[in-house]
Design a protein around this ligand. Structure first.
Ligand SMILES: [Zn+2]
Length: 113
């Protein structure tokens, strides 16, 4: 399950920030996940609990935000939501596009003291 390795990646990155800034406790981590990324939000949340057990993140709130999956049509250059339109351009009906957002996976912010 790749969500678990993602959890560890996040924890490692945040730990780095904590050390660099000499922080003591992280109260909240906000993550941004693109609609078109391969990450399943529910799985990601499920694997945080075991991943943070006995670490400084045990009480940290994990918040997930979604980034819309937007593509630009290669036929008519219309921007459209990939999920809502099932991958077809709503203007000209072809399925030939360049994804411009929605594949991201980012640590948006952390709240710490
Ligand atoms: Zn089009």
């Amino acid at each position: 399950m790749h969500e678990l390795s993602i959890c560890y990646e996040i924890i490692k990155s945040v730990e780095q920030i904590v050390i660099e800034n000499e922080l003591e406790k992280v109260s909240k981590i906000t993550l941004e996940i693109g609609e078109l990324s391969t990450i399943v939000k529910k799985y990601l949340l499920d694997c945080f609990a075991p991943a943070v057990e006995n670490t400084m993140f045990e009480d940290t709130i994990i918040e997930l935000e979604t980034i819309e999956g937007i593509a630009i049509c290669n036929g008519c250059t219309t921007n459209f939501n990939v999920i809502k339109n099932n991958g077809y351009c709503p203007n000209c009906g072809i399925r030939d596009m360049e994804v411009i957002s929605g594949k991201e996976f980012l640590i948006k912010s952390i709240e710490a003291y």
